[in-house]
Structure formats: structure tokens, C-alpha cells
Design a protein around this ligand. Sequence first.
Ligand code: FAD
Length: 339
Amino acid sequence: MIAMNLAEYKDVYVFAEQRDGKLQNVALELLGKARELADANQEKVVAMLLGKDIKALAPTLIEHGADEVLVVDNDLLKDYLTEPYTEAITAIIAERKPSIMLIGATTIGRDLGPRVSARNRTGLTADATKLEISDDEAHEFRMTRPAFGGNLMATILCKNHRPQMSTVRPGVMQKMAADATRKGVVNDFNVNFNVEKINRVKLVKTVKEEKTVTDISEAKILVSGGRGVGTKDGFTKLGALAKQLGGEVSSSRAMVDAGVMDASRQVGQTGKTVRPALYMACGISGAIQHLAGMEESELIIAINKDKFAPIFSVADLGIVGDLHKIVPMLTERLATMQR
Ligand SMILES: Cc1cc2nc3c(=O)[nH]c(=O)nc-3n(C[C@H](O)[C@H](O)[C@H](O)COP(=O)(O)OP(=O)(O)OC[C@H]3O[C@@H](n4cnc5c(N)ncnc54)[C@H](O)[C@@H]3O)c2cc1C
């Protein structure tokens, strides 16, 4: 393979995922991180906005950190399909030569990212938890993610290929506060689609999942339970406390594996990443894979009968004792305070 001229590649590109004309939160979170990376290299942040009749979303992307929004507006991009989206991004890569490309690790991003990276013969770090530019002369783009079952953190470089691609799960990065005074440009980008290739796959019907499940990553307060809670009955106690606090119940993987809690409520490396104002960890030991999903919470309160439990190392406040006694007492006290 002919070696790439890496010097031709610059700027940080973000896939601005939208669904039914609604920007996904993760796109704004990635713009916040992209801004930091671009500033470290004195480069631009470019948002790639693909879809049909979506141009009105461009100002929001600028307010959240983009210097330029590339709009690819086409009937073929109305609904997400792998091939047209891959072709559009590949066309952008060919013309613009991005140095870095970030994509949200949503169901769409997890499909699109690997396909784009394979087509462009570059690497992709999936589910990165940390992205940075090294502060030495090399200015390397360093992508860090858990490896070997979460037992160590691996820092990955993509030295010889471009763009340097990474997917990041929702909730991992923080979006910038919207700044309506930020200036940026909006440019249309035309793509000559290979219609014959695209037509091989057709969207027959879209079936929307009924949203009965609570999205714990949106909750401001989480009362989370682990193996120490033990049973459905135990979680009813946590539910009562969550209700008093106006929050939701979440869980460690141990309780999901035991069939006590639904997988949609699992916090951690293989569950959701959460960043609530208050995270109460009840009977959770604090395994590294659990911490990976909650340690950025603003206030962490841990209740555990083992004073050496690792959860206490990330807790702002620790209560050593039996949660089955402490949780009902707390609930009762909160109820009397509100009376
Ligand atoms: C690849 C991989 C991915 C993983 N992903 C995740 C993930 O996404 N999320 C996740 O949570 N885990 C994940 N795990 C599992 C993780 O390693 C731990 O096994 C799991 O988090 C342990 O759950 P736990 O803290 O509830 O249970 P335990 O580790 O068994 O801890 C139970 C805690 O409860 C305390 N306790 C017991 N009784 C009481 C009581 N009456 N009152 C107060 N405290 C009490 C104990 O002292 C103990 O600290 C993953 C593991 C692997 C290998």
C-alpha cells in the first residue's frame, strides 16, 4: 500500500447524528471533546450533518463548538442505512482529509464507524473513555479504552493511517454550554452516490420501539443496588428511597446477571455510563467495570457493610453498615422531613 501523506490531514470531524430531525445528545458531547482536541492542535472542528431537510440543526452544532457544519442533504439519507451514510462520509474524507473523526457509540454509530474505517483502510478505537492530544512535541492523538475485560486501560495510537477514528459512548464526554454568540460557517456538501450499490438494501418498514424503559443516563438521581441488595424485595426498598428523592433505580451487573434487574438499568462498562448529580451505591463493591460507568457522578454516596470495599475510594460520603437497615431509615427520615 502507498504510504499516506499524513501532513495533508487536519481538523477534527464529528458525526452529528440526528434521528427524525433531532440531534442526539452524544453529538453535542463529542463536539465538546472535539473542541478541546482541535484547540490543542490549533485546528478546526467540523460537524458532518447527514440527512434530509436537516440544515436547521446547524446553528445548534455551532453553538456547541463546531467551526464549520458540512450539510449532506439528500433523499437517500432520510433514514439511516449503512451504505449511503458510509459513501457520504467516505466522500468527505476523500475531499477534506480529516485528521481525527469522532462518532457516537450508538446503535447507528457502532454500525457506521467500523464500515467507514474499513472502507478507508484506517483504524478505529471503539468505546474510548479518554481522548487527548499528547503535550509533547509529537502532538499524538491518544485514545484510551478498557482492555482485557476491563482489567487495564489501553492507550491506542493510529500512527500511519488517517483519519484517526474513535467511537465514544453517550454520557462519557461533556458537552460545552451552548454559546449563541459563537460564529461558524455552514456549507453544503454534494455526494455522487453509487445508486446501484445503495439500492441493494431497501428500508421496508421502520418499527419504533415503545419507550417503556427508563433511560437511567438521563436521571439526575440514581439509587443503585448490587449483590448486597440481593433480591427483588431488596430493590423495592431502593425504589422507595429513589421515589422520595425523585430519582430512578439502577443496578450493578451482578444483579442483572442474577435476573433481578433489567439490563437497561445496568451501570458500567457493559451497561450505561451515567453522570447524575447524586449516585447512591448500595451494596456495590466498586469493581473497575462498575466504576467506569459512574465515577464521573457529581456526588457519590456509598453504603456498604465492608469498610474496605473499593467503592469507598470514589465515594464523597461513605456509610459503613447494613443497607437493609440504613435504606429504610433514610427513606423514613426523608418522608418525615417532607411532611
Ligand atoms: C468484561 C466485563 C464487563 C463487566 N461489566 C460490568 C458492568 O458494566 N457493570 C457492573 O456493575 N459490573 C460489570 N462487570 C462485573 C464486575 O466485575 C463485578 O463482578 C460486579 O460489578 C460486581 O457487582 P456487585 O458490586 O453488585 O457485587 P459484589 O462484588 O459481590 O459486591 C457486593 C457488595 O455488597 C456488599 N454487601 C453485602 N451485603 C450487604 C449489606 N447487607 N449491606 C451493605 N453492603 C452489603 C459487600 O460488602 C460487597 O462489597 C463486568 C465484568 C467483566 C469481566
